[in-house]
Design a protein around this ligand. Structure first.
Ligand code: NAP
Length: 320
């Protein structure tokens, strides 16, 4: 089968399309014929070799995929050959024609959800869900700022928060991104490059501040976030690409909390619950992943450049 292979860590060009052996499932495993593989920023960090998690070389990149079950191993009853599924973690990497998963790592993909959309669920939506409900413990009636709402995680968070009865404020850095965030359910959208947007947030909350902030770029925003919070507010740091100086008094004066989240830390039973909720949201159509661009597998290097550029508009997906 064809797969992207990485033989050395480095720039996007280290990803080469090559041939590897076809996969067959062992007991409790499933082989999925990949129709789409989602591209996440973390795939680029791993490719550089500087991320906390380093796969053994050579490896096939990619965490998220959707496709059709091609073969099931002994003892698998959860899915059958021919089922449409999306993956949540894999054993072999998703930038490939086939991927091997534990049976617990595949979830049903409703018929109305495209494969491209299916490959945009696990990392973005599970992170958004865990940040919003497990870490921030957001509840209906609260106000949430999705700080960076135009990308994969942000759009997921907007849809999840809106469906759960929160008041949703979102930010984006382009007019196109702002329009998308509004279309996906945000009650108000601000531009995080606009010098006056923090004042707008204050006005939008009647001076009270927001209860929860899901932060996509903490190294830029964390100090401002502290001052945008309501009493008892919570910030969940989802994305951070450097260090930042903060004045902790912003947190003290509000009894506020700064929380971290990393999807890799999710216990297995919690992940099963998250995906049960995500599948329900796909079924009732409150969750609708937005695809920006579909590229052939061979263009994985271009996809890794694009996913790190500003002006996000949903997900970038590779099609084998
Ligand atoms: P993405 O699709 O590339 O989206 C990036 C988002 O960040 C866009 O909405 C972008 O808006 C926004 N952004 C850019 N500059 C910003 C600023 N100054 N203030 C606020 N937002 C800004 O990436 P993603 O998949 O949504 O992931 C978002 C971040 O979370 C990435 O850093 C990723 O590595 C991280 N992440 C972490 C976890 C975890 O487990 N902790 C899981 C998934 C993702 P514009 O482009 O419109 O400016």
């Amino acid at each position: 089968m064809k797969a992207i292979r990485v033989h050395e860590f480095g720039d996007p060009e280290v990803m080469k399309l090559g041939e590897t052996s076809d996969l067959s499932p062992g007991p409790g495993e499933v082989v999925v014929r990949v129709h789409a593989a989602g591209v996440n920023p973390v795939d680029t960090y791993i490719r550089t070799g500087k991320y906390a998690r380093k796969p053994d070389l050579p490896y096939t990149p990619g965490i998220d995929a959707a496709g059709v079950v091609q073969a099931v191993g002994e003892g698998v009853t959860r899915v059958s050959q021919g089922d449409r599924v999306y993956t949540a973690w894999t054993l072999t990497g998703t930038y490939a024609e086939q991927v091997l998963c534990k049976a617990s790592q595949v979830h049903p993909l409703p018929d109305h959800v495209t494969f491209a959309q299916g490959s945009a669920i696990h990392v973005p939506y599970a992170t958004a869900y865990r940040a919003l409900f497990h870490r921030a413990r957001a509840v209906a009636g609260e106000t949430v700022l999705i700080h960076g709402a135009s990308g994969g995680v942000g759009i997921g968070a907007v849809q999840l928060a809106r469906a759960a009865g929160l008041r949703v404020l979102g930010s984006a850095g382009t007019d196109k991104g702002k329009a998308l965030v509004a279309e996906q359910g945000a009650h108000h959208v601000v531009d995080h490059h606009d010098p006056g947007y923090l004042d707008q947030l204050r006005e939008l909350t009647g001076g009270k501040g927001v209860d929860v902030i899901l932060e996509m770029l903490a190294n830029v925003n964390l100090n401002n976030d502290l001052n945008a919070l309501a009493m008892g507010g919570r910030i969940v740091v989802i994305g951070c690409r450097g260090t930042v100086e903060i004045d902790p008094r912003g947190a003290m004066s509000r009894d506020a909390a700064v929380l971290g989240v990393v999807l890799f830390n999710t216990p297995e039973d919690q992940m099963a619950g998250i995906h049960a909720a995500l599948v329900a949201g796909l079924e009732n159509k409150s969750l609708r992943p937005v695809i920006n661009q579909e590229l052939p597998l061979v263009e994985a290097p271009q996809a890794h450049v694009a996913v790190m550029e500003s002006g996000a508009y949903g997900k970038i997906v590779l099609t084998p």
